[in-house]
Design a protein around this ligand. Structure first.
Ligand SMILES: [Zn+2]
Length: 183
């Protein structure tokens, strides 16, 4: 065996080991990063009209992307996410804390009470309520607010096209599949 051929075969062995190592690490990293599928239940308050309830259901259902079982199921049980309209003290707290000049809070996910608050009286169209509801369901799964540079359900402010063309956008899917397994 010449020096050159030994060098090549060693190189090939190292390359093979490197490939196996990278593949194993990638596999481990992915299984750590993507938790198992989680299904959550939610309960819509009777304060919403039938039409509003339908918008909230559609908002929750949009996240069923590549999930054989729905990620959110409507079932009123003690640990269900409560979808409510804020009144009184709660409404004063939300508006004083989260409203900004020119930017009104339309929805809020409050993890401490496992509640999605929706300001249904602030929407001008039902399709708007659907986007706000779906956005808050995204926060339930730890999805972050996204800048309005690209269209997404998780945009920090509503983009008209997301309301008229209601579906998950690329950035939504990227973050969803980071937080929860997409099969
Ligand atoms: Zn948000």
């Amino acid at each position: 065996m010449t020096f050159k051929s030994i060098w090549l075969s060693l190189g090939l062995r190292f390359a093979l080991i490197a490939v196996i190592l990278v593949w194993t690490l990638t596999f481990l990293h992915r299984s750590v990063e993507r938790p198992a599928f989680v299904q959550r239940s939610y309960c819509i308050s009777d304060g919403f009209s039938d039409q509003e309830k339908q918008m909230i259901r559609e908002g929750a259902a949009i996240w069923d992307y590549r999930a054989p079982e729905a990620r959110f199921v409507e079932r009123c049980e003690p640990n269900a996410i409560q979808v409510k309209i804020p009144f009184g003290e709660k409404r004063r707290w939300i508006t004083s804390t989260y409203d900004h000049p020119g930017l009104w809070t339309m929805g809020l996910h409050e993890p401490a009470t496992n509640t999605i608050w929706l300001m249904e009286d602030r929407v001008s169209r039902m399709s708007e309520l659907r986007v706000f509801a779906s956005h808050e369901f995204g926060h339930v799964m730890n999805l972050p607010d996204l800048s309005i540079e690209h269209p997404a359900i998780m945009n920090e402010a509503i983009r008209h096209e997301v309301e008229t063309d209601f579906h998950l956008y690329e950035d939504d899917i990227t973050f969803l599949c980071k937080e929860q397994a997409c099969r």
